[in-house]
Design a protein around this ligand. Structure first.
Ligand SMILES: [Fe+2]
Length: 240
């Protein structure tokens, strides 16, 4: 079976809107492991605002406890901590780079999301600030973001700045409305994704994610999907 690395999930329990118990997390991890996932970055929401107001120290404390409990439960996948940083005016105003948690905490790869209906100037200012501070910005699930749905040319502009994109497997497996699935397939065919992640929050998410993995292979072939679910994530894993 091909080895894979997950780059986006909310499997760290009792922290954000993801798994609500270790049992749920272990169930997700065992299922992913059966599909080849042997290394997982866990990426809780982080940043200064709303549901994302989880301090990096808090993520780290949860992570250390969770890894220890996973080992006791006999789970033998490798874990590294990351985060999904919510872009916001506050993030820039606070100017605290430690809130922009990166993969492995010490790497320069930073996963971000934003749910604004358009692309406000502060969003671009956030990205410019991260890049100016040496971060490689990776925008999560552009296919689900209203700003990218309305204006895929925005992705071209960001790509010219060196921004990378992480697609979600869920839409490819039917987890979202049909227009999102169509857009995800288009982005996949156009080669816009640097990597694909599960963005799994709970066991009920898994069926669509694994169906998405299969669908991606139907579209691109096994080798290209392995690049997006292992080889490219491995460059981040090795930097983290
Ligand atoms: Fe997420």
């Amino acid at each position: 079976m091909l080895e894979r690395i997950d780059v986006h999930n909310h499997l760290l329990p009792n922290l954000d809107d993801g798994c609500s118990s270790s049992a749920e997390s272990f169930e997700c991890i065992r299922t992913l492991q059966a599909s080849g996932y042997s290394r997982l970055f866990v990426t809780p929401h982080t940043g200064p605002t709303d549901i994302c107001s989880i301090r990096p120290e808090e993520s780290q404390r949860h992570f250390d406890l969770f890894v220890a409990s996973a080992r006791r439960a006999g789970i033998d996948v490798e874990f590294k901590l990351g985060g999904e940083v919510r872009l916001s005016p506050e993030l820039l105003r606070m100017g605290d780079l430690s809130l922009a948690v990166t993969y492995g905490v010490t790497s320069h790869f930073c996963l971000v999301d934003i749910w604004e209906p358009d692309w406000p100037s502060w969003a671009q200012d956030n990205i410019n600030w991260l890049i100016a501070n040496g971060r490689t910005v990776i925008v999560a699930h552009p296919e689900r973001m209203p700003a990218m749905q309305k204006d895929p040319a925005l992705m071209d502009r960001l790509a010219r700045q060196g921004v990378l994109f992480q697609g979600n497997l869920g839409p490819l497996g039917g987890s979202e409305p049909e227009p999102v699935r169509i857009l995800a397939e288009r982005f996949l065919r156009e080669g816009r994704y640097f990597m694909l992640g599960t963005d799994c929050h709970r066991p009920s998410h898994l069926q669509a994610r694994l169906a998405g993995l299969q669908r991606a292979e139907e579209i691109l072939g096994e080798t290209a999907v392995h690049q997006l679910t292992f080889a490219n994530p491995l460059t981040i894993w090795n930097a983290a």
